[in-house]
Design a protein around this ligand. Structure first.
Ligand SMILES: *Cc1c(COP(=O)(O)O)cnc(C)c1O
Length: 397
């Protein structure tokens, strides 16, 4: 089928939640993807930070093939070998010593919200309220759109879930003022993704942690986008030297096989007991075997160091371009999670780059967002920087 034939069927048969799309990508290898008409692209978006190891990574493909010949699904009525091995591996890599698996980011955050509420209930305390940040993004279920501090995601879906309030990101005193006796947790992305690649000041997360300790409140980090090596650390909080009580993962965890995970301390894990939460597909053999392979790749010696180096190279290149283009207000990010804020909507620029064979995205209307596969090389990043310069020229920006 051609791009156009696929588009026509999409228009006819899909509920229109994603708006106008002309392209169908049908094949990928490493950092490259091809559309249905055969055009080649460099992928600087990784399917929104999912294919962190690039497309059709040989080890990932091998695992999927082998596991699909062995066992796809048995339900959580039985123990699942790759699931326990994945939980062990994740526990060895961070603060979280207990894990629950599900299918994606919103579900992982639902699990975090539910365990928070039940944890305090079991302690005999009424602390169901959760404070989140403005411009945050936590998913599209009813509870997670409520947690999401952006009114545009709430419109028309009221009544929202009770028990959430919002404070400006990167403002500790606003957070302190918002805390009440009934506050049970603070939920934050260490770096805001969809909200515009907003990077906190160096001490913010540390101060939030101290405040949470002092007020006896749980700290939840939503690492759905920032996790799995994206920022040059396995988990972004490790780059800030701050540990939460609960962390959620999804996107990059199985490089494209759907999975979500909620990890927490031994203490918080007591919030759930048999029957209190479940997920049919959660942690099934296919997704967890794949995720284990991903984790093994990400933790190979030198992998994250290389991401940090590439991130610095890309950031410097973007900042150099910014000096010559007054429409660029700021370049920000960490590792290979990069945002370029313009003083007007970036959709014409995204389309221009697409025409030039470069796939990237936006984060809010005015921020160009880059989330390249972590296996990308310097040459391709340099190529992307050239393409960006060319695109800005073509638009007269
Ligand atoms: C994408 C994202 C989610 C939602 O994940 P889904 O898998 O789409 O439910 C939640 N939090 C953050 C930070 C995200 O980037």
């Amino acid at each position: 089928m051609t791009n156009e034939e696929i588009k026509n069927l999409a228009d006819q048969y899909l509920i229109n939640t994603y708006g106008l799309r002309n392209l169908a990508l049908v094949r990928g290898k490493g950092t490259h993807v091809w559309d249905a008409d055969g055009k080649e692209y460099i992928d600087l978006f990784s399917g929104i930070a999912v294919c962190n190891l690039g497309h059709c990574h040989p080890e990932v493909t091998k695992t999927i093939m082998e596991q699909s010949q062995k066992l796809l699904h048995v339900s959580n009525l039985y123990n699942i070998e790759p699931q326990v091995l994945l939980a062990k591996k994740l526990s060895e890599c961070c603060f979280a010593k207990k894990w629950f698996f599900c299918n994606g980011g919103a579900e992982a955050n639902e699990a975090a919200i539910k365990i928070t509420r039940r944890y305090w209930t079991i302690k005999g305390l009424y602390k169901p309220h959760i404070i989140t940040a403005e411009q945050s993004f936590h998913g599209r279920t009813l509870a997670t759109i409520t947690a999401t501090g952006q009114p545009k995601y709430h419109k028309g879906f009221e009544p929202l879930m009770p028990g959430f309030s919002y404070v400006p990101f990167n403002d500790v005193s606003a957070l302190e003022r918002a805390i009440t006796e009934e506050t049970g947790a603070v939920l934050l992305e260490p770096i805001q993704g969809e909200g515009g690649i907003r990077v906190p000041s160096p001490n913010y997360l540390k101060e939030v942690r101290e405040l949470c300790n002092e007020k006896k409140i749980l700290l939840i980090f939503d690492e759905v986008q920032t996790g799995l090596g994206r920022t040059g650390y396995l988990f972004a909080h490790q780059g800030y030297g701050v540990e939460p009580d609960i962390m959620t993962l999804a996107k990059g965890l199985a490089n494209g096989v759907p999975i979500g995970a909620m990890g927490c301390t031994e203490e918080v894990a007591q919030g759930f007991s048999p029957g209190s939460h479940a997920c049919t597909f959660g942690g099934n053999p296919l997704s967890t075997a794949t995720a284990l392979t991903v984790m093994n790749e990400l933790t190979k010696p030198g992998f994250l160091e290389r991401v940090r180096e590439l991130g610095e190279f890309f950031m410097n290149g973007l900042r150099e371009i910014a000096t010559a283009h007054p429409k660029i207000k700021e370049v920000r990010g960490r590792g290979l999670m990069m945002g370029v804020e313009f003083d007007e909507p970036v959709s014409p620029l995204v389309n221009q780059l697409l025409g030039q064979g470069i796939i990237c995205g936006s984060a809010g209307p005015n921020v160009l967002r880059f989330l390249p596969p972590l296996i990308i090389g310097k040459e391709e990043l340099a190529q992307a920087l050239n393409a960006l310069q060319q695109a800005l020229g073509a638009l007269g920006w």
